[in-house]
Design a protein around this ligand. Structure first.
Ligand SMILES: [Zn+2]
Length: 589
């Protein structure tokens, strides 16, 4: 047990509930009780009440209630032990760990940095008030003075030792300022200088209200655009979320909106979107995911569309999902960032967009769908592949079924085709770790080969029906690429004629063969009917199919060779083939 019963009683006794709650909201006295708007649900008339004699709180609206510890747990989203710790610190109750010398040293170090940062934030703030240029920059970007004050924005002057001199006068040592990440050091001369110069300064504040770091932004096109404090004993980029200190106070928080930069956050808050934060980098860490999850299960990503689609971003979003967050993606008209959008269209339009934001999976599917034409066979094939790639990671089969049903119809693709592709991808994943078992499913292999024969037959027929296409076709594919002997021979005949600028009919081709049985086979081949639809689409998909099958055959051959070499102890040779196989597999779609 971390806290003895006596300790808990002491902590509760020394933290009067009315005092504690007053630090979070305005309480109005009514009789022996106090009342306020509830911080835990959204309401217009106060139903939250705090009783001084009973030392409890209760909300008649949403039914939450408890003592001072439960209040801290709820409002700070802390565990019981963490809440007790916070209250102990608040009331100066000494805990056992407070006597551990190492812990004391670390705590003191942190306290010193908090003080320095607080003081530096004041310095930057006053410099902003004194300098027209940065102030004009901020107001020019549409920020109000009130919001500038609320977020404590400042300005780091364009000088080398301005902050250093000011802070020295206040008694802070250069070494301490350096540890806080505010100074840089010239290694050879051992001299310190201001790290942030000629930048608008954004204090980064933790959930307890400590200034833990700064972000500095240039006001022109110089680089880097953003400069952040380095990692310090109080600041770790992957552990913090910008503006979470404001968002955590929002009553009835439905979701949290994540935007790209500080400016976006501040602009959104100014326009009444009080649940916007920024992640200090696009790839989320587990810490950040957990932090967000403490406050809301629903996360809405509002990056500009380029960034949202990027692999790094999607990876970050996967971390959020893994932490149990429901991730949605807000899409804004192309090229617009949230800041611009809300300025132009207003709060209500923005809220409407939020409501329409898509779950991550649907967003990814929509991205694949973008620009594809359902009338085009190639596009439909492309969709099937991209679509299956997304679905393969979904664990729930019911969910997969629902997506397949919806989008197969939308995109006019065959459900079976999607499931087949999905199985292929999942199989591939399953065997991904087993170097020497690359070809796994003989059954699906033979199905594929059958498809290849059909594709070859169609393609040869296209050459005959539309002889002018033959030249083009044999630019993309060689007669040797055909898997059936007879097909290869026919292809070669057509290619030769077409190269000579001549034509050839099905009858002429058949007459080229002496063997009666082969003649019959060739006749059968040319007696089939081409499927309906655009011949060019069919042509391309046939060529694609033939090439893919050839690739598969080659992989199969090499794999057999590799396995033989491996078993014969020729590991180096086997490995060489393995590399080749991997290269070929990359060509697979
Ligand atoms: Zn309530």
């Amino acid at each position: 047990m971390l806290f003895s019963e006596e300790k808990v009683s002491e902590i509760i006794e020394k933290n009067d509930i009315v005092d504690v709650v007053s630090e979070y909201m305005n309480l109005k006295k009514s009789g022996s009780n106090y009342s306020s708007l509830c911080p835990f649900h959204s309401e217009k008339t106060p139903s939250f009440s705090v009783s001084s004699p009973k030392q409890i709180f209760y909300c008649f609206g949403c039914g939450v209630g408890g003592n001072v510890v439960s209040f801290i747990q709820k409002i700070e989203r802390l565990s019981y032990v963490e809440a007790l710790r916070l209250l102990a610190e608040r009331a100066g109750v000494e805990l056992a760990r407070d006597r551990d010398p190492k812990a004391i040293k670390e705590a003191n170090e942190k306290k010193a940095i908090y003080r320095i940062n607080q003081e530096a934030a004041r310095f930057f703030y006053s410099k902003l008030q004194d300098n027209r240029m940065p102030m004009q920059y901020l107001t020019g970007r549409g920020l109000s003075e009130a919001v500038i004050k609320r977020f404590g924005l400042g300005y780091a002057p364009n000088e080398w030792q301005n902050l250093l001199n000011d802070m020295s006068k206040k008694g802070f040592s250069a070494a301490a300022l350096h540890q806080a990440g505010l100074l840089a050091k010239k290694e050879d001369a051992g001299r310190y200088y201001d790290k942030f110069r000629n930048r608008v300064m954004f204090p980064i504040i933790d959930l307890k209200g400590n200034v833990i770091a700064f972000g500095g932004r240039v006001m022109d096109d110089s680089k880097p655009k953003y400069l952040n404090s380095p990692e310090t004993p109080v600041f770790s980029k992957g552990h913090n979320i910008y503006a979470m200190n404001f968002v955590k106070k929002v009553a009835g928080l439905e979701n949290i909106i994540i935007v790209e930069g500080y400016m976006d956050v501040i602009a959104l808050h100014q326009f009444g979107v009080n649940n916007a934060v920024a992640s200090l980098g696009t790839a989320f860490t587990e810490h950040q995911a957990k932090l967000l999850k403490r406050f809301s299960n629903e996360i809405v990503i509002a990056y500009d569309s380029d960034l949202a689609g990027q692999a790094a971003t999607l990876k970050g979003l996967a971390i959020l999902e893994k932490a149990g967050c429901m991730v949605k993606v807000l899409s804004l008209p192309s090229g617009k960032d949230p800041d611009e959008y809300i300025r132009k269209e207003g709060l209500e339009a923005f809220k409407e967009r939020i409501k329409k934001s898509l779950p991550l999976i649907a967003y990814k599917i929509e991205s694949v769908k973008k620009g594809l034409d359902t009338n085009n066979l190639q596009d439909r094939i492309r969709f099937t592949k991209g679509f299956s790639e997304i679905l393969k990671d979904i664990e729930s089969n019911t969910e997969v079924d629902a997506y397949v049903k919806k989008y197969s119809k939308d995109m006019q693709v065959d459900e079976t085709a999607v499931y087949a592709e999905l199985n292929r991808l999942r199989d591939k994943n399953k065997n991904g770790n087993n170097k020497h078992n690359i070809i796994s499913d003989k059954k699906s292999e033979s199905k594929m080969l059958k498809g290849e024969i059909i594709a070859e037959t169609y393609l040869l027929n296209i050459c005959i029906y539309y002889f002018d296409k033959a030249k083009n076709i044999f630019k993309m594919i060689e007669p040797e690429d055909f898997s059936v002997d007879l097909h290869e021979k026919i292809a070669s005949l057509i290619k030769t004629k077409s190269d000579e600028g001549k034509t050839i009919t099905a009858g002429e081709i058949i007459s080229c063969f002496e063997n009666e049985e082969v003649k019959l086979q060739a006749a059968a081949l040319f007696s089939i009917e081409l499927p309906e639809g655009k011949s060019d689409d069919l042509m391309m998909s046939c060529i694609d199919k033939i090439k893919q099958s050839k690739n598969t055959r080659r992989i199969q051959e090499l794999t057999e060779k590799m396995n033989a070499l491996f078993q014969a102890g020729e590991k180096e040779q086997a490995n060489k083939l393995f590399v080749e196989i991997i290269e070929l597999q990359k060509l697979r779609k």
